[in-house]
Ligand binder design. Structure first.
Ligand code: PAF
Length: 519
């Protein structure tokens, strides 16, 4: 690992690194611990063919400390930091002096001031000027390094939100990635300042995560007033002998105060324990997250949705399979598929179950019959859109899907998922591809399965016609929800699409609210 001490060395190294690989940057103030190790390890992870190089900075930034804070005795341990960074996969460590980073002095510096609305609450209120100092140093470092990714811990949630906002507002070409909070066995979030604690203080410090997790333990219905939760946390912290700075509930993105639970809500606290100021948070939710994936036929929704669900530990709700299952039942009952009055009675006692079988494969049963294979038959394929267009079928299955989604924790794929079934999903994606791209994929698929391949122009015409029918039909037409993210998959591999979906999800649902399995 290369040790870089001045800006000229840094810029030369970065230029060289960027020429061959993505450059990922982990800024720190040193005194590295396992929380930093996990950031560096994540930053070094291979993404498909890309093998990123990781730069870590160690700089105790005077601009972000208040006059009575611990700048003078903040722990400094460069040798140990270098060893940890190298072992975790860093390719270089930048450790400048204050004079090197601020050559014109601190008075003459161009400073960055993030929006006041993001600094009014939480730590911003108790540490005036702190986030101006953080934004100023991070922008200076980003300018020198010009990384592709900036990795920050979710532990400092307000810092993460502010830096994401500053980077967005200034249009900087860097992706800001939030990473999960790392904790000790008793729940205490890792922090360089934990080293100030005596064994007795260390024990008391665990009251902070304990109080917060207790408040988040049971899901609260939407609309629940949050005053009791904040008062409860405050009381537990005070009982443990901590001196509370704040216990607040806010919207995780705007950081505006929230008095009632609505959607994902941040419950954050800061308290002094002896010489250390501890901060921590949890997310309150009325249910686990829901992702709704919609889009035209042939855009590859099922394949990516299944893999995305597995990656994030979400249940995959394949609504298409449910419509197929009803179609199978209609055919078995000898009922005319187009006759809504004849189909309706079949829905009265419908027992439609989706479950996970061997090797994670989805099983589908209708009224006790396993129809997993049968619903893929050409006969079902030929009639599913006729059956799925009946209002009575849509109503029955929408109700069942909503019941399945009551506790959340799922990704649902299908027509009108984001508009009719889960209008309050945390993430809605309209996954699509141009007609030409879908025709090309269809041709490839037919060829691989040994079927005759029509001319591309003919396939394109068929697909365009299907799009037109789907989007103009009276019942559940294909429409993009106003708040859906459009993801055009032309030219992207399946892995790249999944990666983009994960990023969209993480912009809305932090790791600390919904961790990835095995993380
Ligand atoms: O989180 C920190 O350690 C610091 O605030 C940062 C981002 C390195 C800026 O000094």
């Amino acid at each position: 690992m290369q040790l870089l001490e001045n800006c000229a060395q840094l810029q030369a190294w970065c230029r060289e690194a960027r020429s061959s690989s993505p450059l990922h940057f982990v800024p720190t103030m040193g005194a590295l611990h396992s929380g930093h190790r996990s950031l560096i390890t994540r930053a070094a992870r291979k993404l498909g063919a890309a093998d990123p190089r990781v730069l870590v900075s160690v700089f105790v930034n005077p601009l972000q400390f208040g006059p009575n804070e611990d700048f003078g005795h903040y722990p400094r341990s460069l040798e140990a930091d270098a060893a940890l960074a190298e072992a975790a996969g860093a390719a270089a460590l930048f450790a400048p002096s204050v004079a090197e980073l601020y050559p014109e002095g601190q008075e003459e510096l161009t400073r960055v001031q993030p929006p006041q609305s993001l600094q009014q609450g939480l730590c911003g209120r108790h540490r005036p000027g702190h986030f101006d100092g953080v934004a100023t140093v991070v922008l200076r470092l980003l300018g020198l390094i010009r990384p592709d990714q900036l990795l920050l811990g979710e532990k400092d949630w307000q810092q993460l939100v502010i830096l994401q906002r500053v980077v967005g507002d200034l249009g900087l070409p860097v992706q800001v990635i939030g990473c999960p909070t790392q904790r000790e066995a008793d729940g205490l979030a890792l922090s360089s300042r934990n080293r100030y604690l005596t064994p007795a203080q260390r024990q008391r410090a665990a009251a902070l995560p304990r109080a917060l997790t207790a408040a988040a333990a049971a899901p609260l219905p939407a609309g629940t007033p949050l005053e009791a939760a904040t008062a409860g946390v405050r009381q537990q912290l005070e009982q443990a002998g901590l001196v509370v700075d704040y216990v607040e509930t806010v919207c995780p993105r705007s950081l505006k105060p929230r008095a009632e639970l609505s959607g994902l809500t941040l419950l954050a606290a800061a308290a002094h324990c002896g010489p250390s100021r501890l901060i921590d948070h949890v997310f309150l939710m009325s249910r686990a997250p829901i992702v709704a994936i919609d889009g035209p036929a042939g855009a590859g929704k099922s394949t990516v949705t299944r893999a995305f669900a597995e990656r994030l530990g979400l249940i995959y709700l394949d609504t298409g399979a449910m419509y197929r299952a009803v179609t199978w039942l209609v055919q078995q009952s000898g009922v005319e598929a187009g006759d809504a009055d004849a189909v309706a009675p079949l829905l009265q006692d419908l027992d439609l179950q989706l479950s996970t079988g061997a090797a994670g494969r989805q099983r589908v049963s209708v009224n006790g019959h396993d129809v997993t294979e049968a619903i893929r038959s050409p006969e079902v394929t030929a009639q599913v859109s006729v059956v799925a267009a009946h209002g009575c079928v849509r109503d029955a299955l929408t109700r069942q899907q909503q019941a399945m989604g009551e506790r959340g924790g799922l990704v649902a794929e299908g027509r009108d998922i984001g508009t009719a079934v889960f209008p309050d999903a945390e993430l809605k994606v309209f996954l699509t591809a141009t007609v030409a791209e879908r025709a090309r994929r269809r041709a490839l698929d037919l060829e691989q399965r040994g079927f005759a391949v029509p001319a591309l122009a003919e396939l394109e015409a068929q697909i365009a016609e299907r799009d037109h029918l789907d989007s103009s039909r009276a019942v559940a037409p294909l429409t993009q929800a106003a708040d859906a993210e459009e993801l055009i998959t032309d030219g992207l591999s399946i892995d790249a699409v999944i990666e983009q979906l994960v990023q969209l999800f993480r912009q809305r649902v932090p790791h600390d609210a919904w961790p990835e399995p095995g993380s």
